[in-house]
Each structure stands twice: as C-alpha cells, then as structure tokens.
Design a protein around this ligand. Structure first.
Ligand code: UD1
Length: 443
C-alpha cells in the first residue's frame, strides 16, 4: 500500500508540463486493434491504467514497445477475441475493446469492466447501441459475449443515445468506423467531450470517415481498412484542472504548459470569480492566486461543456476554504463523495445528503488534532501523537482532492492508498515538488 506524506502550507510556483490525456489514450489504444500497420503514440504517461490496457493489447496479439513517452503498437494478426480475465476488470476502459474487436474480428468475449468504485457504472447504453446495429450480445455471470456480422445498407442507420455517455459514444464509433464501405451511421445525442473528439481525429488520421465530433450528432461512414499513423493525444484536461485548483487552494504563481485552455473554460471562469488572475496563450495557462474573494458556488456536474465530475472532489476542497456557503451536486456517479469523511478529519465542514454536498467554509484545514481530541494533551502534549493526520484515498480523483487538501493544511498529512492516484498521474509527487510543495512518496 503506497502512501504520500505532505507538510502543508507552501505556496506553489513555477512551471509544469501536462502530458497526454488518459481518457483519450484508453480508447485510442483500443482503436489500434482495428488498424493494419504500426501506430506510434507520443506523450503517453506511465499510468497503471494505460499499462493495463497495453497488457490487454499485447495479450490479444499486438506487439507493444514503449520508449520514454512514445508507445509503438504493431497490429498484424490478432490471436484471440477473448480479453484477459485478470486485466480487464481492473480498468473501466476495457469496455472499449468491445467495439474495436467486433469491428475487426466480428466477435468478442470479456469480463465486466472495472475502474474506480465511483458508482454502479452500468453498460446498458453500450449494449443498446451495439444491439441496434445488429450485434448479438449475451451477458452470463460476469462475462459478456458478442458477435457481429455487418450487412450492407442502402440507407443510413440512425441511432440515438438516451444520455451522452462518453464510453458508449466511443464504443459505437469504434464498432462502426471499420466495416462495409457505403454503410453510414448517424448517431444522435453523443458525448461532446474533447476525448471523444480526439478519438475521432485519431481514427480519421488512420483513414476513417467520421464527421461531427464535438457536436450532438456524429456521422460515421464505414471504411474497409484503417492504416497506421503517428499521433499525439490532447493534454490531460482533468490533471490540468486539478493543478489549477491546487494553486487556487494554496496560493501561488504557476504556468502550466501543453494545455488546451478552451477545454477549461468552465473551471477558469469559476477560479476568476475567486480572484485568480489567469492569462492564457494557445497552449499555456498562467494562474496567480494571491487573495481569494468570498464566493457562494452552486456547482452541478454535467457532461461537457458542463462542470466535469472528474474535478468535483478537487473543487470541493477549494470551496471549503473560500468564505461563503457552497453546494455541489453530483449528477453522474453516485459514490463520488467518499472523500468527504477524510476531509472532515482535516477540519472541513461538509454535509452530504444524497447527491448533494453542502459546504460551510472554514478558515483553514489542519492536520494537527485539536488539543481536546488528543488524549495526552490533558497532561504534557506528546508531539509524536499530537501531530499529523492519516486519511485514505478511495478513488483516483478523490485521492487527488485529498492531496490538494493536505497541501493547504497545517501539519503533516499522510494519504493512504495513494496507488489510486497513480492510475491517472504518472508522478504527482515529483510534479508538486517541482512547484515547491513539501511532499514525499512513502512505499
Ligand atoms: C468516462 C471517463 C470518466 C468520466 C466520465 C464522465 C474514461 C475512461 N472515463 O467514464 O473519467 O468521469 O466519462 O465524464 O473515459 N451510464 C449508464 N449506462 C451506460 C453507460 C453510462 O447508465 O451504459 C451512466 C453512468 O452510470 C454515469 C453516466 O452515464 O452516470 C456517465 O457515464 P459515462 O459518460 O459513460 O462515463 P464513462 O465512459 O464510464
């Protein structure tokens, strides 16, 4: 069990470069299964989730080589349509293999996908869309099997999502991009997240014909073959947002490079309301936070361009520190407040009712127990037992929120189960040390 220890109170300052987006790279990697040839992916961070995905690809027959931040994936023949039973349940992204293998091999067998325990994470929208294009799907026990033989159509097949699910959109795009030339699929109500657009750019660069990415309707004209390419994914907008929130929470002066400021508009506007001075160029974001203003936020998580659920916990930490009363409503995943009891250990005042958190600001967070909670304080305080608080990460983004809280808190905070954080951050400790934080990784 890995731990991160932080002595809070330092302002953050300096420069930090963002790497490629995990949530782009997961579907892009599975899309490689549809390619005949070699794909070079640049700017690939070393994340446990991406390593698991590369393991799944290698197990299916791809040759995978990683040198620094570049991954080379050679796809000639695939050995099997059965996904490794050990690796798949560990990552949610394993579900994307479904669309890609159906397009390439016409069949797939996989265990139910895993991922962070942030909610029930059903796959009904994925299966409904796949069934509508003629895929025969069966779920038995913890296994999904599916078979598909596309037939030529004279008219476009029109599909519609009941909710703009990111994963279901990415899966149906993959299932239809490679197929019978002349077949057209018009998919309404799709997700507009930048990672969906990135997947479509990648596939188009491999020879696919996908139009409308980033709007509510995507049109896919199937092609019979996809070729290799070299591709750099978009920078990780969630990690970028997390670091911006960290600076807003600690105060400081930081420039983030390799970013896409337009992906952060929702967050940047909120940070400006708090008094952050923000300047952007095409690919950098400079944030200066000196004095935070009072503010009352009423934040609702929503599909892009709404406020991202993946930044909800980090933003909640910030709202505990700004004068005022804020409300955060989580509309996507029902288990996304598991970090709250941990923040309360640091002195936060948050009440959760259903999918809503009510936050009353506190002057500061503190990792040092108050004297009346420390038994030895009745006599002579014991410095060892009276300083430091241990809190536990329960998922990736909630874990990052705890890191931000600890950066602001006085005293020493130890975060247990830090391995969750490495699912999405190659080296959060190195990044934050570079910005001046007092942080170490304990193994
Ligand atoms: C992706 C991201 C995740 C992010 C989420 C929302 C990846 C690997 N993960 O997850 O980091 O938090 O988008 O931006 O890209 N739903 C159903 N049935 C389905 C599919 C989804 O009911 O078949 C529901 C989910 O329970 C959730 C909502 O739809 O309430 C959004 O899920 P979705 O957009 O599919 O998220 P993921 O693709 O799982």
């Amino acid at each position: 069990m890995s731990q991160i220890q932080i002595i809070g109170g330092n302002r953050l300052s300096g420069h930090l470069r963002m790497s490629g987006a995990k949530n782009s790279l997961l579907p892009i990697m599975t899309a490689c299964l549809m390619v005949r040839g070699t794909v070079y992916l640049h700017d690939v961070p070393k994340l446990t989730d991406l390593n698991q995905m590369l393991h799944i690809l290698a197990d299916l027959g791809c040759t995978v080589n990683q040198r620094g931040a570049t991954v080379k994936i050679d796809v000639d023949e695939l050995y099997t349509h059965i996904i490794d039973r050990q690796a798949a349940p560990k990552i949610r992204g394993s579900i994307f293999v479904m669309g890609a293998l159906l397009a390439r091999l016409g069949k797939v067998e996989l265990p139910f996908p895993g991922g962070c325990a942030i909610g029930s994470r059903p796959i009904d929208l994925h299966l409904t869309l796949l069934r509508q294009i003629g895929v025969k799907c069966h779920c038995h026990g913890d296994t999904i099997t599916a078979a598909y033989q596309p037939k030529p159509h004279r008219k476009p097949t029109v599909l519609c999502l009941d909710f703009p699910s990111v994963g279901a959109t990415e899966n149906i795009i993959q299932a239809t991009a490679l197929g019978i030339a002349g077949n057209t699929y018009i998919i309404h109500g799709v997700a507009k997240e930048p990672e969906v657009v990135d997947l479509c750019h990648f596939l188009n660069q491999c020879g696919a014909q996908i139009h409308g990415a980033g709007t509510d309707t995507i049109t896919v004209h199937s092609v019979t073959q996809l070729h290799g390419t070299t591709y750099t994914p978009i920078p990780d907008r969630i990690n970028t947002g997390s670091y911006l929130i960290a600076v807003a929470a600690t105060g400081g002066d930081v420039t983030l490079t390799n970013t896409v400021p337009v992906h952060q508009i929702n967050l940047l506007n909120k940070l400006k309301m708090l008094g952050a001075k923000i300047t952007t160029t095409k690919d950098t974001i400079h944030i200066i936070m000196n004095r935070r203003h009072a503010a009352h936020f009423n934040v609702h998580t929503a599909p892009y361009p709404g406020f991202p659920t993946d930044l909800q916990s980090q933003f909640c930490v910030l709202t505990t520190l700004i004068k005022g009363h804020s409300i955060i409503t989580e509309n996507l995943f029902e288990n996304r407040f598991r970090y709250v009891p941990e923040l309360i250990k640091l002195g936060a005042k948050i009440t959760v009712t259903g999918n809503q958190a009510q936050i009353t600001s506190v002057p500061a967070l503190s990792a040092t127990p108050t004297p009346n909670l420390c038994p030895s304080s009745y006599h002579i305080p014991d410095p060892q037992s009276c300083t430091g608080t241990t809190i536990t990460a329960h998922d990736l983004r909630g874990g990052v929120a705890l890191v931000i809280a600890a950066l602001t808190a006085s005293g020493t905070t130890t975060i247990e189960h830090a391995d969750y954080i490495y699912r999405g951050h190659e080296d959060i400790v190195k990044d934050l040390r570079q910005l001046g934080a007092n942080i170490v990784a304990l193994v």
